[in-house]
Design a protein. Structure first.
Length: 214
């Protein structure tokens, strides 16, 4: 019992660390840099983490309870969805940068983005917990605490991004526009890079795809 409890607590800490994965930081950065206030940015981080947790619990929970096997093509497809999302977020930011008074992103956007990103990580997290925890209820507890850790981590990440952004906006006239452009370019470039990695040799569209959960 104590071993399983320790693993579940470790899940929370790993969830916090998971929040700082490059694709997560880039994705939330495209939204956080356009948040009008520091408080709004923290809410964005919480919504992103909540969406991520919903997918982790739904997909990861199904894998844990039903012992569902994820094929390499399905695993790559879930990660490819993240690449597409990053490209779309980048294009949206670049389009919004053309308008001086572009509206702040709605709460639904970080929730949906978080859910899509959860697809890429849910299989890897579920396979990890299956290899270490035999009790399915403790495994679900691990997934839940992992999700809570991700929420906490994303709040911290968005706060770190939003604080200098808010200071820059208050001091420079066009800072918001340039921050939006920079985050858009970063998201677009990272999305294209990730898509190329997932569709290369033994990639998503090959005859014999190879996938390593990460």
């Amino acid at each position: 019992m104590y071993s399983a409890l320790s693993i579940a607590i470790l899940g929370f800490l790993l969830g916090v660390r998971h929040a700082v994965d490059p694709d997560h930081v880039v994705a939330v950065g495209t939204i956080a840099t356009r948040a009008p206030t520091f408080r709004r940015a923290a809410i964005i981080g919480a919504m992103w983490g909540a969406g991520h947790t919903l997918t982790i619990m739904a997909v990861g929970g199904t894998i844990v309870l039903m012992r569902v096997a994820i094929s390499p093509r399905v695993g790559l497809a879930m990660e490819f969805a993240v690449a597409v999302m990053l490209i779309l977020l980048g294009l949206i930011n670049l389009a919004n940068a053309r308008h001086t008074h572009a509206p702040a992103p709605s709460a639904a956007r970080p929730l949906v983005v978080g859910m899509v990103h959860g697809l890429a990580g849910s299989a890897a997290v579920a396979l990890l917990v299956l290899a270490t925890v035999t009790d399915p209820w403790w495994a679900l507890a691990y997934l839940f605490l992992f999700g809570l850790g991700t929420i906490a981590g994303m709040i911290i990440v968005t706060a770190i991004i939003a604080l200098p952004a808010s200071l820059a906006v208050s001091r420079m006239r066009h800072a918001r526009r340039w921050l939006t452009v920079a985050s858009g370019v970063a998201s677009l470039a990272f999305g294209i890079f990730l898509a190329s990695e997932l569709t290369g040799d033994d990639g998503l569209f090959s005859d014999t795809p190879a996938w390593t959960p990460r």
